[in-house]
Design a protein around this ligand. Structure first.
Ligand code: HDD
Length: 718
């Protein structure tokens, strides 16, 4: 007899690409050197285990010994090769951005830029080039948690027909410092303190705020990192920025300035800090799991590529210096023109081979794109190549498939560690007289990379330009562009971080800068710290009060209107209403969302109809912080059983405190009462009592949060 069907406890996903354990040879996307693809196949069709030299292995369970109880023999080359390789498995992690997650995809041009650049990738509408993207946190080690309050790296490698283009950006459009010579200081200050090696993946410590408070140019970026931008809900819901001003060059060498923007098609969304702290405990891999699951589920994350194009005349008239990486150009002044889309549609086959070994270098730009004199960019162009040589062990990291261009390559560079693609033939120098065929590649002054022919009559000097001197005006503009809830989050974040700073003088020095940004913010933070307001920091240039709010800078103002790409957590018990559950699943799926079932036991539940429903999480393993919204639909008896269970009460009280929409059956309401919230239910707590109710519930979810609740919850807490 066939067993009865069990309903799925989560949105069904597409089948894995290949059964595990099969086809292990194809994982790197490209042939692994001469003949590397062949695997010895036994009669039963299963690949034979071999050594790295390809020698078939007879026994992988026992090392070779002199007698069953005798000493291990040096002669056991399989054992020695296996151990030697294991001993060398770790390579140095990235000095910053150590924790990252990557995926493959493509970039497709939707609007030609042929009028301003000869870059091949920007010529033909509809043409696609392969892409690899690595997202990262900055400060934490490779094993740190995903929801650290931190900048996110957004590094894109496009394998164009004229070479690799690495746009190594962040999810924040400005940076802490103006000159690359300060980067080692910034990173030393942000990372764990050197004597004690903590705190990990946090900026909430003395060294960071000491450096920041002595570096007023960082104030604009600090406003961003203390905003919810630093705790994104998903890598899929955040923007990316090339940060620096770059140049586009046409065939005649004419230059147009450009700033690059990645805009998520699913719109912006972040979590709240209390949620982030709890996610880090419940699922430190929250972001990478989310990216993996959405791509594997066929819901491919996508971003529009936008450009802000401007000329020298605009640059000269702009309030700030376009070479200053602590400044952005408001979209109200130069609109973002969408010219393409980036889609991530394939997870990596192997994390190490691809995500860990991918090497981004800001200096990788194809003909038609060029650098500006931004002193941060100029410094980066040295640092990235240098770091890859150290991290990947030598100059041949471009031979690793993930780093190799997909277009033809021809040069005379040779040898070194791990050389796999040495040039062929007799000639390895240029110029040579072996003729057009045998003599190998030659320069092409027309097709080749050309730099913008800039004239510069200035003397050599170590000097910051006067035009970089305004450190507060755009910080203020960012702050006044936020909704009240977002402003509150910035004040809370600063108070939280500075409360971890042991030295009171450092705390006050930060507040003295805040006074130059917004008096209310400074007062809120001083109050939160239990301190009196200090005198304002001395400003090189007074803060401008005339800059207008920019709508593009708020997350809430640029959030989604639908639940697409988001996740609903559904709490059930034995006896939960089958029709209600089915209707809920139908509505959330129709809205483009996914769901996961949370039950008292991982074995699942029996619904009111007698049908079995599988669970994805046991309640304490699936707290509400993992979901964008929750439906709590236990039976009345089930709710009685759960009322005394602390993780269940936390589930509903956290969902409420984090301003989430909560769908409630009768049993669900009883659980809210058990959590002490029975008399607090608001418009975001939506009845789910029959199969008719989910439509209205799911329609409301597009707003994602009931922000009005936040002030109430916080007031109660005080
Ligand atoms: Fe950097 C990695 C982004 C300033 C030096 N950086 C790195 C990564 C990203 C950024 C996304 C991770 C790449 C990956 O996933 O492999 N960095 C930025 C942005 C900056 C910036 C947007 C300012 C606008 N960085 C910056 C400066 C320097 C560096 C000023 C040094 C002068 N960055 C590095 C590095 C890293 C790096 C040390 C570490 C690992 C790597 O390069 O590959 O070279």
């Amino acid at each position: 007899m066939t067993p009865p069907a069990i309903k799925s406890g989560e949105t069904p996903r597409k089948a894995p690409k290949a059964p595990p354990g099969v086809d292990i040879s194809t994982s790197y996307g490209e042939p692994q050197g001469q003949g590397g693809e062949t695997h010895q196949i036994a009669g039963n069709g299963v690949a034979t285990l071999t050594t790295q030299q390809g020698i078939p292995v007879a026994d992988d369970q026992n090392s070779l010994k002199q007698g069953a109880r005798g000493p291990t023999l040096l002669e056991d080359s399989h054992f020695r090769e296996k151990m030697f390789h294991f001993d060398h498995e770790r390579i140095p992690e990235r000095v910053v951005h150590a924790r990252g997650y990557g995926a493959h995809g493509f970039f497709e041009l939707t609007d030609s830029l042929a009028d301003v650049t000869r870059a091949d990738v920007f010529q033909r509408v509809g043409e696609r080039v392969p892409a690899f993207v690595r997202f990262s946190t900055v400060a934490g080690n490779k094993g740190s948690a995903d929801l650290a309050r931190d900048v996110r790296g957004f590094a894109v490698k496009l394998y164009t027909n004229e070479g690799n283009w690495d746009l190594v950006g962040n999810n924040i459009p400005v940076f802490f410092i103006q000159d690359a010579i300060k980067f080692p200081d910034l990173i030393h200050a942000a990372k764990p303190e050197p004597d004690r090696d903590f705190p990990q993946a946090q900026t909430a410590h003395d060294n960071f705020w000491d450096f920041i408070s002595l570096t007023p140019e960082s104030m604009h970026m600090v406003m961003w990192t203390m905003s919810d931008r630093a705790i994104p809900r998903s890598l899929r819901f955040m923007e990316g920025f090339g940060v620096h001003t770059f140049r586009l060059l046409d065939a005649e060498g004419n230059s147009t300035f450009v700033k690059f923007h990645w805009k998520p098609q699913l719109k912006l969304q972040s979590v709240v800090w209390n949620e982030a702290v709890k996610i880090n405990g419940a699922d430190p891999d929250f972001h990478r799991r989310d990216l993996w699951e959405s791509i594997e589920g066929g819901d491919f994350p996508a971003w529009d590529l936008g450009v802000q194009l401007f000329d020298q005349e605009f640059a000269d008239s702009f309030d700030f210096d376009v070479l200053d990486p602590t400044k952005l150009i408001p979209e109200e002044l130069v609109p973002v023109r969408v010219i393409g889309r980036l889609v991530l549609d394939r997870v990596v086959d192997n994390f190490f081979a691809e995500t860990e070994q991918v090497a981004f270098c800001t200096q990788n730009v194809p003909p038609g794109i060029d650098f500006s004199n931004d002193p941060l960019l100029q410094g980066r162009n040295f640092s990235y190549l240098d770091t890859q040589i150290k991290r990947l062990g030598g100059p041949n990291f471009t031979h690793i498939p993930i780093n190799a261009p997909r277009c033809p390559m021809a040069h005379f560079q040779q040898d070194g560690h791990m050389a796999m693609r040495n040039p062929r033939g007799r000639v390895n120098y240029e110029p040579n007289s072996w003729g057009p065929q045998m003599g190998g590649p030659r320069e092409d002054p027309v097709r080749g990379f050309q730099s913008f022919a800039e004239t510069n009559p200035e003397p050599k000097q170590r000097l910051r330009p006067e035009s970089f001197a305004d450190h507060y005006s755009q910080a203020r503009q960012f702050y006044i562009s936020q909704t009240p809830v977002e402003q509150k989050h910035i004040g809370d974040a600063l108070t939280f971080e500075l409360s971890k700073v042991e030295r009171a003088d450092i705390r006050l020095r930060v507040v003295s800068h805040l006074l130059n940004i917004d008096a209310d913010l400074a007062a809120t933070v001083a109050d939160g710290l239990g301190a009196d307001l200090p005198a304002p920091a001395q400003a090189a240039v007074p803060t401008r009060q005339d800059l207008q709010p920019s709508a593009a800078l708020s997350i809430i103002g640029n959030g989604p209107q639908a639940f697409a790409g988001r996740k609903l957590g559904i709490v059930v018990t034995n006896g939960s209403d089958t029709a209600l559950f089915d209707a809920l699943v139908e509505e959330v799926t129709a809205a483009g969302g996914v769901y996961e079932v949370i039950a008292p036991k991982i074995g699942g539940v029996t619904l009111s109809s007698g049908e079995a429903l599988a669970a994805k999480h046991k309640i304490d393993g699936g707290p509400s912080v993992l979901f964008d919204a929750v439906a709590v639909i236990p039976s009345v008896e089930g709710a009685q059983m759960l009322a005394g269970d602390a993780p269940t009460r936390d589930f509903v009280s956290d969902a409420f405190a984090h301003c989430k929409f909560i769908g409630l059956s009768q049993g669900g309401k009883a659980l809210m009462s058990a959590a002490g919230l029975g008399d607090k239910l608001d418009d975001g707590c939506i009845p789910l009592e029959s199969a008719d109710d989910p439509a209205a519930f799911v329609a409301a979810l597009g707003k994602l949060r009931v922000w009005d609740r936040e002030l109430l919850v916080d007031a109660d807490a005080k």
